[in-house]
Design a protein around this ligand. Structure first.
Ligand code: MG
Ligand code: MG
Length: 260
């Protein structure tokens, strides 16, 4: 069952998503060597609650924190901990909020200090692939058009696409139908209709596509332990052009020249 949102609902979705974006921009200010990932999580939880919302991830299927923080070879769903960020790390921060009955979901991969050029290129390509996917998130296309655009772009740049985890519909629930894989065939899958809201989230590996699930029951990491990147926006389907409900503007305004 796919829920189409009214324009009013989409504005509520936008508010939840912009709060996620503001939270990520707040977290960005603290991404420096020596900071623990648990400290970043506390900043996010406080910020979200101070704005009258609930961190969606906290308690979701028993997840213990408000952010998923996944470093280097960890792809997604990393649990905040006492790990101290160090120069050269790349850090995927995934955040969700529940505000006025609707969910926001967005993620950004940050660099800690100086990061190797080849890893920066992985991040840049992954972020670009998100927008290549979004360019296909329009009325009349199909989910497979988004999937194929992301896959073609990333594989064309020599990277691989994680298969085990996918994007998703989003609304009153964080995860709704349909699934939005980052790989697939053009012209296949669910037809996109105005009012559908999708979280599109390429998870792209520098090396092989295979991943394993760590014993903590959450963290997903690459089998070959090469780095992975993850960027996510929530969008609403429209005619001609998707309406991107989350935003990287404040994050990148803060990062300035260091933005990927
Ligand atoms: Mg997310
Ligand atoms: Mg998501």
């Amino acid at each position: 069952m796919i829920y189409l949102k009214t324009d009013e609902e989409i504005e509520l979705m936008r508010a939840a998503n912009l709060l996620v974006s503001d939270t990520l921009a707040e977290v960005a200010k603290h991404i420096i060597p020596g900071i623990t990932t648990l400290y970043l999580d506390k900043i996010a939880e406080t910020f979200i609650r101070d704005h009258g919302a609930i961190p969606t991830f906290l308690g979701y299927n028993g997840f213990p924190n408000s952010l998923c923080i996944s470093i280097n070879e960890n792809v997604v769903h990393g649990i905040p901990s006492g790990y101290q960020l160090k120069e050269g790390d790349v850090v995927s921060v995934d955040c969700g909020t529940y505000l006025n009955g609707y969910c926001g979901d967005s993620a950004y991969t940050f660099c800690v200090g100086e990061v190797k050029p080849e890893v920066q290129k992985l991040l840049k390509t992954t972020k670009e692939s998100l927008y290549v996917g979004i360019a296909n998130a329009v009325e009349g296309k199909r989910v497979g058009d988004i999937s194929n655009a992301i896959q073609s772009y990333c594989e064309g740049n020599g990277y691989s696409v994680v298969r085990e985890l996918v994007g998703h519909g989003i609304g009153k629930e964080m995860h709704e139908a349909p699934e939005v894989p980052n790989y697939g065939k053009k012209g296949y899958g669910t037809m996109l209709k105005t009012g559908m809201c999708l979280a599109i989230e390429p998870m792209i590996n520098m090396g092989k596509k295979r991943v394993v699930f760590e014993k903590d029951g959450w963290t997903v990491r690459t089998v070959d332990r090469l780095p992975s990147a993850h960027f996510e926006h929530t969008v609403a389907i429209r005619q001609g052009k998707a309406d991107i409900l989350s935003s990287f503007a404040k994050i990148e305004e803060f990062l300035g020249e260091k933005a990927i």
